[in-house]
Design a protein around this ligand. Sequence first.
Ligand code: VG1
Ligand code: CO
Length: 543
Amino acid sequence: MKVLHIPTQPFPDQRPGTSGLRKKVRVFQQTPYLHNFIQAICNALPGHEGQTLVLGGDGRYFNREAVQIILKMAAANGWGRVIVGRGGLFSTPAVSTVIRARHAFGGIILSASHNPGGPEHDFGVKYNIGNGGPAPESVTEAIWAASKVLSAYQILDAADIDIDHEGETPLGAMTVEVSNPVSEYAALMERLFDFNALARLLQGPFRMRFDALHAITGPYAHEIFEKRLGAPMGTVVNGTPLPDFGGGHPDPNLVYAKALADELFSADAPDFGAASDGDGDRNMILGKGFFVTPSDSLAVLAAQATCIPAYGGGLQGIARSMPTSQAADVVAKALGIPCFETPTGWKFFGNLLDAGRITLCGEESFGTGSNHIREKDGLWAVLAWLSIIAHHGQGVAEIVRAHWARYGRHYYTRHDYEELSAEVGAQMMHALAAQLPILAGQTLAGRTVDSADDFAYTDPVDGSQSLHQGLRLRFSDGSRLIFRLSGTGTEGATLRIYHEHYEADPARQQQDPQRPLRDLIALGRGLTRMEALTGRKAPTVIT
Ligand code: VG1
Ligand code: CO
């Protein structure tokens, strides 16, 4: 088999965002768009020759074609072995698990996560490093730099490989190992959690519903909940991954996982409901008639972690992304452990986890995880919640209300304005940044502004700096108002406005969050001049 060196020209737009490179499917389908990016990854990774790469995706449209291209390019670029999930499938947490278990050099995940799939929608490529986590900025910037100076890509002139049967096949000098995408991950979950206790819960009167939204977690959830833990068949719904996710957004929130939310808020609701996203790293947790905000979820998991075998010895520390509510900080303080505040994106947790400075971490965007891998992990979060429920014999609502009564409640809501024009998005952030210096000390939304700044982060482990990670207003009563532009969209700009207000008094902890936050919401719209500049009277999505 011959290695072809095909001349190419750089594309100017291959800079990875918050979580890999995301574009419309039709962009990735244009040869050599994907080829260039894969070549840039290989060129940016000295020492990969002879090493192992893990490869798989969430099954979205173009997943299978991309796998074939990447296998042939990996062979031509000197990788020693590629472990590919059967059918080209792997969830993001499973890739992280396998990279670590098999001491791989890195991994490529084919996913645009919670973005919709299908010929008219989104595709994405993420590169993960040898610790199993998303490439840090030093690596993503090196990939981008490599993409800008490409003159050729290398690909093996070979027929497509059978990726639907487990086993090993040579491809040039490389070995392709097709492996079961679920087994290594399910085995890890069995080591972390008390599966006997969970099986007793799920085989009793307790009723659970897991909605895989036709995305990657279906096969994992069937195996873990129904097969290994013996939950009744039908516990997992929409469990077959489809290339277009059945036409939906595989985004686990009250808007896009509406059928699940409706069921949990119905008269005959199950005790527990959960959903995950396209690539399996996000989670939404629901109780009977009760929604747990992701920020609260992190705080509850932190407060209760010691009832899970893997965390019985206590936590080293906690980290949360900057826009995530400060509920976890209050728990960390009570436990006497550090709480770190990082920029948005899981890549910023990697160093803290590797250095043993944190055990749990999370984001307001439905992401929670621990030091068991280096990605957020949807099913892990579900198993963690079930463990807490089994331990206390209490429902979700009781557990969260008791948490608020003890630590206070952080009312929280995020408003997204999607598909603004890129110019308007940039202009809003620019104008707001210019106002920051005069905002401190003013009284706004009935609160005094303590500080107003553009969040910059210095990694406490390697000293690397990340600037412009969001504009934030902090008020003297602990409230916060935060603005940032999304780094995962594929169309125009998405502005996210995050609102947070602390309520210590249990008598005032039972309101709809939009109420106590209404002044902050109005302030956010006013400061961005949202209606004047865009005519938008309401956000696209509220979570
Ligand atoms: C969003 C979330 C962020 C998350 C990222 C990737 O990024 O806000 O918290 O880490 O998606 O999640 P942004 O830049 O659009 O706000 V996933 O599940 O897409 O890998
Ligand atoms: Co995801």
